[in-house]
Design a protein around this ligand. Structure first.
Ligand SMILES: [Zn+2]
Length: 131
């Protein structure tokens, strides 16, 4: 019972944010609800939630981030602030072709469209308008 409660709390933390948090952030949030929860418990539950398809994870630079949006989607990434924005762009690729042409077995795609978010883009846009 206790364990499923922990898992429920962790699931809700990941699914209630669009910030694509890492395990440390989830751990800090979880501590607010469950005082004596350990980082190991958080990791273990994140793994279970991922393996049963409740959440997804992906690599961003050297860290693993968790995503409550399990739909097939990719992210926009701002080079200024690092914010990750969900898009409805799908991973449309020819799996069979990759297997055949590259002798490579794909598990998943992690791609980011790199650029500048609304907040960081606006400044240059404004400046251009003034000229
Ligand atoms: Zn996402």
């Amino acid at each position: 019972m206790r364990f499923s409660y922990q898992r429920e709390v962790i699931k809700n933390i990941v699914c209630s944010t669009k910030s694509h948090p890492n395990a440390d952030w989830v751990f800090n949030e979880a501590k607010k609800k469950i005082k004596n929860i350990s980082l190991g418990t958080v990791y273990r539950n994140l793994k279970i939630l991922e393996s049963n398809g409740t959440i997804k994870s992906f690599h961003d630079s050297s860290q693993v981030r968790y995503d409550g949006n399990v739909e097939d989607h990719h992210h926009l990434k701002c080079i200024e602030c690092g914010i990750l924005i969900d898009t409805d762009i799908k991973s449309d690729y020819d799996r069979e072709k990759i297997i055949k042409n590259y002798e490579f077995e794909p598990n998943d795609i992690e791609f980011f469209i790199i650029g500048k978010c609304k907040k960081h883009k606006t400044q240059t846009t404004k400046k251009n308008k003034e000229l």
